[in-house]
Design a protein around this ligand. Structure first.
Ligand SMILES: Nc1ncnc2c1ncn2[C@@H]1O[C@H](COP(=O)(O)OP(=O)(O)OP(=O)(O)O)[C@@H](O)[C@H]1O
Ligand SMILES: [Mg+2]
Length: 972
């Protein structure tokens, strides 16, 4: 028998349609099908059929309807009547195979589609989602809806349908099929204009099809509908898309078209000055001689921020060396292709991007789209693996070089497209090293070696080009330094210990999420917590870590838990691993078919390469693996209280995230505590993280107080007498911003490291120096912050970079002047950045409605600033100066600072400096003239500074000299 509710209610047997009788019968069946295989209480059914006020005979009518249904729903196969519709206190249950109900089939396909979408398998996603949508033959239970039934379950089903449609459109957009979906999108959007995601997709599809005006008119129609029907404005994402379309933001383009379309310059958007700004301008003293340059500057749109940025990138050059083989060209061609595809596959697995291939050389880049703190480490690790490649005499020589690159189009790369260009001196270095090395050897540049000295062994190369050869691949673990005293986290430790007791007492599972930025001490806290548990009798604790410095394997945390229980180590052979796993599983569930099945499924986690049956990339297999893992955990927790620690959850995919988030809800009544650690990005993921669950708690790790950092530093610097001064410690503690990792890295950079239980060598052998002598940001710290910046959406990231021009503190209004964005949008972005802990409000500003912001830490501003190309900095600084010139209340020193920076950076960019110099001169002359009326010292200061940017040949030179002399003579 097959049940259809995605359309009019319809039941069919093997070869016939089942007649369902009157309205009560149909409604009862429809409602039971919505809850198939779940008991529906009679009271609920009565309410569903008759609402709050059922007739006195309702119960009787319902019983009759159920009896008639039982007669109708005869299971043809078995001939059994009672089998499908069963009485079960306190009501009824309709028992049917989910495969026979179209809504269940729909949910299954929707889940598969979502999983494939998350995995980036667009075609597979499209196939599942299409099938899911094809099951719909009209609104759910259309005939009952027509008769006035309006159950919330129907709305939920309808929403799920829209969700699937949106996902399908997402998949189509991702593969560049925007043309195809416009008609379908237009049809749904015209009947349901309030669904903002579909509107967004339609706007994007139209824009990508070259129909910008139509895309904007969809926005206007949606906005009008929202205002008219709900009294609401469009959400921030829709507003941002409109702005991006107006700006011709290149991030809107599909990946493959990026290079071509980027050449189109961004459209000039009329500058809209905020009302406050206009008011302050009119309040400024009237100035008859505003310079031409300044006027021209105001008329021009602000330059876009974020198309081009500086990033630390690591490049891996791979040369396929065929000199060791003498096969015919045809065979050689095959060998070459095989080698290149092996390289591409490794690059992908290690999270890099294959950028270019030129004959036998492939260039792979790490850190282009999304910077990660371990980019260089993954690059070397991959290089070491590739160096071992050998195929019928074909071998690889590999060189790794890293450094600062100017990247154009990183945002496109993040969206899956190609970066338009990557430029950096290190590319040249890499090529030189490549041809100086031998096949099978990895040659690394000085900078990369310095950055990774703790994790690999290097020997200085003895060939012509400089560089170092890697001799040892990655050390086993990048562990928290547990040799340092554990400071200031006793409260959090006590809370976790309390939860252990609580789950043990109540036998109810609980999930604790420990959130904190990189290096704040999540892993160290876990280490101490685990040590405490190990010392306590009767509680088992298993830990699983997600990828750290390694391959992109999303399920390593789950595997880690199984491995920890079974005692499997990396040194075990395949046979030993299998034996240990089998023994562990048999010990848990006894021997028999279930044990074999469980062990076999878990093997695909523990040894993903060896299991053929359960490929983790297939949604069905993944479901089986998750179910096996949950069973494993349930068996363990049934024996003794169990604590599972899962580290770095921000690194896992949405499918696993959902599974772990739901785990404690789905395991029944067991003494199980799941503690997960994650960076704050986790809460912004578009998935379902433990939100609103009763048995879930979140704990945020705040920066350590300065006294805690001081204790750490004392311990770190203790072995370097004479250098461990209170001033030095205070300076380091201040720079660390309460982050223990940053404090350790600063101390390392100073060369003060004492060595520890990890046995690592001093980071780079940097001689001890005064801190002021090396005011750089340590490599790892820079990369951690840079990686955090890359987790931001483009509009927020570019605004943060612009804010960094002002330093701390700054005002919204300043930013509005600099970026030319709408004040409302700026406010939204700033609030977002505050929530994501990049900025904080320092206080209310001097004017009504103005707010003063500061960077949560000086380092964030510093790294954000380092992303801006020099030419852009010059332009933005001159713009900031121009705006400040109209703000009589802001210090003159600030204006002068921006003028100087503008000229400094245009010179750094090696661009002609005349235009910017003339601009800032004009700004300073204007400011000097205004100040001269009331403050001659200030005027003198302006003219004197302007002279710095003028040469005797410039028309303004003599005027400036005269003015300077006049102001100097006038009484102050
Ligand atoms: N409370 C503390 N007392 C002493 N040392 C600490 C403390 N917290 C962290 N550390 C040290 O600081 C370094 C970074 O900490 P940890 O590895 O725990 O950071 P994390 O939050 O796990 O970062 P990530 O997000 O990168 O995993 C480690 O060497 C750790 O030992
Ligand atoms: Mg950690």
């Amino acid at each position: 028998m097959r049940f259809r509710i995605l359309g009019p209610l319809n039941v069919t047997g093997i070869d016939h349609s089942v007649s369902l009788g009157g309205i009560n019968q149909r409604a009862a069946l429809g409602y039971l099908l919505l809850h198939a295989n779940n008991v529906v209480a009679t009271s609920r059914l009565l309410q569903a059929l008759w609402g709050e006020d059922p007739p006195p005979t309702a119960r009787k009518i319902l019983q009759n309807a159920i009896s008639s249904l039982r007669r109708t729903l005869v299971d043809r196969e078995s001939g059994d009547r009672s089998k499908l519709l069963v009485t079960h206190a306190p009501g009824y249950v309709l028992r049917a195979d989910p495969a026979t109900i179209d809504s269940c089939e729909f949910k299954e396909l929707a889940w598969k589609g979502q999983a494939a979408l998350t995995a980036g398998e667009w075609d597979e996603a499209d196939c599942h989602l299409r099938k899911a949508l094809a099951l719909w033959k009209g609104p759910a239970l259309a005939d009952l809806v027509e008769d006035g039934y309006a159950w919330p379950e129907l709305t939920a089903l309808q929403n799920a349908r829209f969700g699937v449609l949106e996902n399908r459109m997402e998949a189509a957009l991702a593969v560049g099929r925007h043309f195809e979906i416009i008609g379908e999108l237009e049809a749904v959007v015209s009947t349901d204009p309030l669904r903002e995601r579909l509107c967004r997709q339609l706007m994007l599809a139209l824009y990508r099809s070259g129909r910008q005006a139509d895309a904007l008119s969809v926005y206007r129609r949606t906005r009008a509908a929202l205002v008219e029907r709900l009294g609401l404005d469009p959400g921030p994402e829709l507003r941002r898309l409109e702005r991006a379309i107006l700006d011709h933001d290149p991030s809107l383009l599909p990946g493959d078209g990026a290079a071509v379309r980027l050449a189109t310059p961004p459209a000039a958007v009329p500058e809209t000055a905020g009302p406050d700004e206009d008011a302050s301008r009119s309040a400024a003293p009237p100035e008859p001689q505003r310079s031409e340059t300044a006027r021209a500057l105001r008329a021009a749109p602000p330059p876009p921020c974020g198309l081009e940025e500086y990033k630390r990138v690591t490049a891996v050059f791979v040369h396929v060396d065929t000199s060791g083989t003498s096969v015919p060209p045809e065979v050689l061609n095959r060998l070459l292709e095989r080698a290149h595809s092996a390289v591409r596959e490794r690059v992908r697995l290690y999270g890099g991007r294959t950028h270019e291939r030129l004959g036998p050389v492939t260039l792979a880049l790490f850190g282009i789209a999304q910077t990660q703190e371990d980019d260089a480490l993954r690059a070397i690790r991959m290089a070491v693996e590739m160096a071992g490649y050998s195929d019928q005499g074909v071998r690889l020589r590999v060189a790794v070089a890293g450094g600062e690159a100017l990247v154009l189009g990183a945002h496109e790369a993040a969206a899956g497209g190609e970066p338009v260009s990557v430029t950096g001196r290190f590319l040249e270095t890499g090529l030189t090293l490549l041809f100086d090395t031998r096949p099978g050897v990895v040659r690394v540049c000085d900078d990369t070696r310095e950055a990774c000295a703790e994790h690999f062994d290097f020997v200085t190369a003895d060939t012509a080009a400089s560089g170092h050869d890697v001799t040892v691949s990655l050390r086993p673990q990048l562990a928290s330094r547990t040799d340092l005293p554990f400071v200031q986290r006793n409260r959090e430790l006590k809370q976790l210990e309390w939860w252990v007791e609580e789950v043990r007492r109540s036998r109810r599972p609980h999930l604790v999420t420990v959130l904190g930025v990189a290096g704040i001490g999540k892993s160290r806290l876990m280490h101490e917590f685990r040590r405490g548990i190990t010392e306590r009798a009767g509680v088992r604790c298993l830990i699983g870590c997600n990828r750290k410095l390694g391959l992109k394997e999303p399920y390593t945390a789950l595997a880690g838990v199984v491995r920890a229980y079974a005692g499997i180590t990396d040194d075990d052979s395949a046979l030993q691993q299998d034996r240990k796993l089998d023994a562990a599983v048999t010990g848990l569930v006894g021997s028999g078919p279930i044990s074999a099945q469980l062990a076999d499924t878990l093997r695909s986690l523990v040894a993903p390469g060896r299991s053929t049956r359960h490929g983790l990339h297939r949604p069905e297999s993944l479901k089986a693996v998750f179910a096996a893992w949950r069973r494993f955990v349930e068996e363990l927790a049934a024996r003794e209280p169990l604590v599972i620690l899962l580290e770095d959850l921000n690194r896992v995919d949405d499918v696993l995230l959902k599974f772990i988030g739901d785990l404690t809800e789905n395991v029944g009544s067991l003494p199980l505590l799941v503690v997960v650690t994650a960076r704050p990005e986790l809460v912004n993921r578009p998935s379902y993280w433990a939100g609103g669950q009763r048995n879930a708690t979140t704990m945020s790790l705040e920066p350590l107080p300065l006294s805690g950092i001081d204790t750490l530093l004392r311990s770190l610097l203790g072995a370097a007498p004479g250098r461990c001064t209170a001033e030095l410690r205070a300076s380091l503690a201040d720079r660390s911003g309460g982050n223990p990792l940053f404090a350790i890295e600063y101390a390392n950079m100073m060369g003060c490291r004492t060595g520890g239980s990890t046995g690592a060598a001093p980071v780079s052998g940097v001689p001890a120096q005064n801190f002021e002598d090396r005011p750089m940001v340590p490599f790892l710290v820079h990369n951690i912050i840079s990686a955090r910046l890359d987790t931001l959406p483009q509009p927020e990231k570019s605004l943060l970079c612009e804010a960094s021009l002002f330093g701390s503190p700054f005002y919204e209004k300043e930013l509005a002047a600099l970026s030319g964005r709408d004040p409302g949008e700026i406010q939204e972005c700033l609030e977002f950045l505050e929530r994501r802990e990049f900025l904080r409000r320092s206080r209310l500003g001097p004017e009504l409605g103005s707010v003063e912001y500061e960077f949560v830490h000086e380092l964030v501003g510093k790294v954000a600033y380092s992303r801006l190309p020099h030419a852009l900095r010059a332009e933005k600084h001159s713009r900031a100066a121009e705006w400040l010139a109209g703000q009589p209340n802001r210090p003159l020193t600030l204006l002068v600072h921006h003028c100087r920076q503008a000229v400094h950076h245009i010179r750094k960019a090696a661009l002609p400096a005349e235009e910017i110099s003339a601009r800032v001169c004009g700004i300073l002359i204007d400011a000097g003239q205004r100040a001269g009326q009331r403050d001659t010292t200030a005027a003198h200061y302006c003219y004197r500074t302007a002279l710095e940017f003028c040469s005797p040949g410039d028309p303004q030179w003599h005027l400036l000299l005269r003015r300077r002399q006049q102001e100097a003579k006038s009484p102050a």
